[in-house]
Design a protein around this ligand. Structure first.
Ligand code: AHG
Ligand code: MN
Ligand code: MN
Length: 349
């Protein structure tokens, strides 16, 4: 079968320029910032694909601010993103899962109006076993008149994100992006030397019979989550009257990418092992960007009864419970949470 090499491919720059020119959706500075993030992801993709041959698999022996063991690639990906985005003049500061506090733009470079947050490499436990991992990012606007940028400027609810996305490093390198008007997917094309549009106007099917959760934590879940999963497991013999399938990659980027591709519901809920912690995933650079993408693709993203994008953040590294995906399932989960605690507007912890 011949491959058509003359298709009129739309690359990331063209797609962004058309957002800017035809729809007035993004300013030029945001376009340049997103292009720079994409270039960094391309570099990380290369580092990931060469990790075994260049000897950068495995751990570093250090821990990050969350007390998690850092893999060599976590640190490499973090450095690539910091370096690629420092000099462009579009950013005031960056924040990362791997850094205790914010990284302000050095004085030798001009300071811009945006704030960038990222999980440089998501799915750490999959790095050394050649399973899909990825980068997640979120862009906020710096409040007007802010003289000295500090961590407090990042503490904006997720609904204020001006762009969000992720890049998966798997069988293909795929960049999924929103600038607040739907979701587009780009695939790294080696002939083109960059990302080309593979799906525009991505929509999550409203219904699904597939759920994604780490079942080994079942005994620690809160009753509404337990009830929901119990009913899925009961299948056609239970109240749902349908059999459900389960998938769990263990990299949020890969699990959410599946949800954005064919529907499903992804959960990382609060659990009783650490009752004071809202969940495992981080609000600012995991839950919020994914929630914006999912909502922009017609799905729902909640932390219990509350919408993730409405959570008022109190810390850069704060955690959140995450339940997102196909609307009918997430709405049911929200109802189960409301029935348990009708006065709760946020999740536990
Ligand atoms: P990170 O590698 O950035 O620390 O994130 C890991 C997260 C997320 O990718 C995934 O959904 C979850 O941890 C997996 O948790 P389990 O180990 O419970 O499967
Ligand atoms: Mn992560
Ligand atoms: Mn990470």
């Amino acid at each position: 079968m011949g491959i058509d090499t003359h298709r009129d491919q739309i690359n990331l720059s063209r797609w962004l320029i058309e957002q800017e020119r035809n729809h007035g959706r993004i300013p030029g500075s945001l376009r340049l910032l997103i292009e720079q993030v994409a270039r960094a992801c391309q570099r990380i993709s290369r580092a990931v694909s060469r990790a075994a041959s260049s000897g950068v698999l495995g751990s570093l022996g250090s821990e990050n601010i969350q007390g998690e063991v850092q893999k060599k690639l976590d640190v490499i990906a973090n450095d690539v993103l910091l370096q690629a985005n420092e000099w462009g003049g579009h950013l005031a500061a960056m924040a990362s899962e791997e850094l205790e506090t914010i990284h302000t733009i050095p004085h030798r470079f001009p300071r811009g109006e945006y704030l960038l947050m990222f999980d440089p490499l998501d799915g750490s436990s999959n790095i050394d076993v050649n399973v899909t991992i990825g980068t997640i990012f979120s862009v906020l606007h710096l409040a007007e008149g802010a003289a000295n940028v500090g961590p407090e400027h990042f503490l904006q609810p997720g609904r204020k994100q001006v762009a969000a996305g992720y890049c998966t490093y798997g069988p293909q390198t795929t960049l999924v992006l929103t600038v607040g008007h739907g979701v587009a997917e780009f695939t790294l094309d080696f002939d083109e030397g960059g990302f080309v549009l593979s799906r525009d106007h991505v929509q999550i099917p409203r219904t699904t019979h597939e759920f994604s959760i780490n079942m080994s934590n079942m005994r620690h879940w809160a009753p509404p989550v337990r009830r929901y999963i119990d009913e899925c497991l009961a299948g056609s013999l239970g109240p749902r009257g349908n059999d459900f399938n389960m998938r769990w990659v263990g990299s949020m980027v890969a699990d959410v990418h599946r949800v954005l591709s064919r529907g499903g519901v992804f959960l990382y809920p609060w659990d009783a092992r650490e009752p004071d912690r809202a969940g495992k995933l981080r609000l600012m650079y995991e839950a919020n960007p994914m929630a914006l993408l999912v909502e922009q693709a017609g799905g729902m993203a909640i932390a219990g009864t509350a919408r993730i994008l409405d959570i008022e953040p109190t810390g850069l590294h704060q955690r959140a419970a995450v339940m997102l995906g196909s609307t009918e399932e997430v709405a049911l989960l929200q109802r189960y949470h409301a029935e348990q605690d009708p006065h709760s507007h946020t999740t536990i912890g």
